[in-house]
Design a protein around this ligand. Structure first.
Ligand code: GRF
Length: 222
């Protein structure tokens, strides 16, 4: 597992969202400022009212709604989503606050291509309400994980983790704020690594600078 040819074409991504889209904005900003060599082919939301759609439109990025409520089954929604994404032939599918669980057929059809960002130090605190649970459990550390998406919810191979201390008087709002700050630095960074060939994803494994990644890379504290 040692290949590191610089990419010849610009990294193309489709970003999936359900809401605010602050991570999407961080990716757009990184591209526009020249820190990230990538192209967002499209932004797709399952929620018609997602503010991220407005962000995409404001930057001239193609944006679509595929409302899961319009489909009779999860599989039918996944198939429509898959077809829409494939029309852009992206290198990667970037989940940025996409609040639908993707089925195994979708994941199988997009092996090694789907990235997610999760507001906890995975494998701890999979699922929702991570900040609340961190406080309830009196944790002293919290953070953010970027991982490859596999059939196991929030369970794919870890790529990058950022951690920060939690103090006794921290609130959910404060943890969320600090976590988001990290997220907005981490997602563009991972995409840039993919873009320049510093990071490869092969057969469900993460290869970082010629080495199989056994542990996620650590991002600096904030
Ligand atoms: C982030 O906290 C991310 O970790 C989680 O969903 C949230 C999305 O926020 N997966 P935004 O829509 O990017 O602002």
């Amino acid at each position: 597992m040692t290949r590191s040819q610089p990419r010849r074409q610009i990294l193309s991504i489709v970003v999936l969202i359900s809401g605010k889209g602050s991570n999407l904005q961080s990716i757009i900003d990184a591209i526009e400022s020249g820190c990230l060599e990538a192209k967002i082919c499209a932004v797709i939301s399952n929620e018609p009212g997602a503010y991220g759609l407005i962000r995409a439109a404001a930057h001239g990025i193609e944006n679509r709604v595929i409302d899961h409520r319009s489909f009779a089954s999860r599989d039918a929604f996944d198939l429509a989503l898959h077809r829409s994404i494939q029309s852009f032939v992206p290198d990667f599918i970037v989940l940025a606050g996409f609040m639908r669980i993707l089925g195994s057929a979708f994941i199988q059809s997009n092996v090694d291509k789907i990235l997610n960002i999760h507001p906890s130090l995975l494998p701890d605190y999979k699922g929702l309400d991570t900040h609340k649970r961190v406080i309830e459990n009196n944790e002293t550390k919290h953070g953010v994980s970027i991982h490859l998406v596999t059939a196991e919810l929030d369970g794919g191979p870890l790529i990058l983790q950022g951690r920060f201390p939690v103090t006794a008087d921290d609130t959910i709002t404060e943890l969320k704020r600090r976590g988001r700050q990290l997220e907005h630095r981490m997602y563009p960074l991972v995409l840039q690594w993919l873009s320049v060939g510093k990071l490869h994803i092969e057969q469900n494994s993460i290869v970082y600078e010629h080495q199989l990644l056994q542990e996620p890379v650590e991002f600096e504290n904030i």
